[in-house]
Design a protein around this ligand. Structure first.
Ligand SMILES: *Cc1c(COP(=O)(O)O)cnc(C)c1O
Length: 428
């Protein structure tokens, strides 16, 4: 499949039916798989043979869809998980333990920030957050001897900053650790972080990949390029025997291309079990089949709405990296030449009250906490998701009280702009 263009992989990657087999990916709705002898199954348990035995670890439907995403990203191995949050957690916890340290961009999804700064900190993993536009020296200074990875988002949700992937990859590699990139907003249609030096990619497939607001899910993809065996002291979990699997050493048995994902499957899925259901994987695949077509339209609508907002006197600022003059325009041109995403954020001159009136007046755009869906949706964080924060705290978090996040769906751009304009009129 790998010689095909990305559009073709979106449609047909990951699953090739044999003669007389179903054209669509079969939903293998089974917890268990049957074997003739205990020895046959024993080999699977020892990771000596590959095959399915229990859907908490692996399921054929999920694996087909993971293989498609793997191919889209240009990776060596991938796994589906139950949510984007599970993907972020596993991607880090697979190579970091109590006493370790991670460097992360400060411009990341709020749920990821909380996972890192609060929950994983309770597990004894420390995080240092650096501004995405820090200098190489500032980035360098964030590392410690126990640093195990660097984390960032290609396009941050909701701040819409663009990660300088090459800068973050260079820093990570100079300290002998991998760069993990959450590529949710860009999708592999618009950016392949592996081409810029990232080592591991994560996704909330809940967003554009599913694209229809149908199923929560996540995915982790390994590039297979990071050489764990050069730093065996840093990554003992990959480079020394796993006693819970009869002494298998993941890098020896599965090579650089398979070690990371096999370990995450064998240990983290076994012990935490955040599986994606086969039914959800099937729905995700339906979304992936049109991802390349939909993303184009999301980006066109995003740019059209951003331009219309920018030209309006009542709008104080517009943040959209695809818009000339945006702080991240140059980085977007480099990393996202085909388009950015459908999400635009902006503030009104009338401040928080005008934003609330604007929200109330929308007719087509629905008020939701969701983003990146076929149907346009809109959120005023200060009065909803971030309502416990003061105006000062909102400013510090980069989500000022007047900020509106507008996620352009697949409707006509004319209708979206008309809805925004009538709501601006009503908000005055
Ligand atoms: C939504 C989101 C997540 C979390 O994903 P869930 O599927 O909601 O768990 C992580 N990262 C980014 C960039 C997101 O937008």
């Amino acid at each position: 499949m790998s010689s095909y263009k990305r559009d073709t992989v979106c449609v047909q990657g990951g699953y090739t039916p044999g003669n007389g087999e179903p054209r669509q990916i079969p939903i293998i709705q089974s917890t268990t798989f049957k074997y003739a002898t205990g020895e046959d199954m024993g080999k699977l348990f020892d990771l000596e043979a590959s095959g399915y035995f229990y859907s908490r670890l692996q399921n054929p439907t999920c694996d087909s869809v993971a293989a498609k995403i793997c191919e889209l990203e240009g990776g060596s191995a991938a796994m589906l998980v139950s949510s984007g949050q599970a993907a972020s957690f596993y991607s880090v916890f697979n190579i970091a333990s109590c006493g370790d340290h991670i460097v992360s961009s400060s411009s990341i999804y709020g749920g990821t920030y909380n996972l890192f700064a609060v929950t994983m900190k309770r597990m004894g993993i420390d995080f240092t957050f650096v501004a995405p536009d820090c200098t190489p020296d500032e980035l360098d200074a964030a590392f410690r001897p126990n640093t195990k990875a660097v984390f960032g988002e290609t396009i941050a949700n909701p701040a819409l900053t663009v990660l300088d992937i090459e800068k973050f990859a260079a820093a990570a590699h100079s300290h002998g650790v991998p760069l993990i990139v959450d590529n949710t907003f860009a999708t592999p249609v618009n950016c392949r972080p592996f081409e810029w030096g990232a080592d591991i990619v994560t996704h909330s497939t809940t967003k554009y990949m599913d694209g229809h607001g149908a199923a929560v899910g996540g995915c982790i993809v390994d590039s297979g390029k990071f050489d764990w065996t050069k730093y065996p002291d840093k990554f003992p979990g990959l480079c020394t025997p796993d006693e819970s699997y009869h002494g298998v050493t993941y890098t020896e048995r599965f090579g650089l291309g398979g070690a990371y994902i096999t370990k995450a499957t064998a240990q983290l899925m076994r012990d935490f079990g955040s599986v994606q259901s086969p039914q959800s994987a099937f729905l995700l695949n339906l979304g992936l089949e049109s991802l390349h077509v939909r993303i184009k339209r999301h980006c066109e609508n995003g740019l059209a709405v951003a331009r219309a907002l920018k030209a309006d006197q009542r709008v104080k600022y517009v943040t959209y990296p695809g818009l000339e003059g945006d702080k991240y325009y140059e980085l977007a041109k480099k990393y996202l030449p085909d388009g950015v995403c459908g999400v635009v954020s902006f503030g009104l001159r009338g401040g928080r009250e005008a934003a609330e009136r604007f929200m109330r007046s929308l007719k087509l755009a629905a008020i939701e906490t969701h983003v990146a869906d076929a149907r346009t949706c809109c959120l005023h964080p200060a009065s909803t998701t971030h309502r416990q924060m003061t105006d000062e705290e909102l400013d510090a978090a980069g989500v000022p009280a007047d900020l509106v996040r507008f996620s352009c769906g697949l409707e006509s751009a004319d209708d979206l702009i008309a809805d925004v304009m009538q709501a601006l009129d009503a908000a005055e």
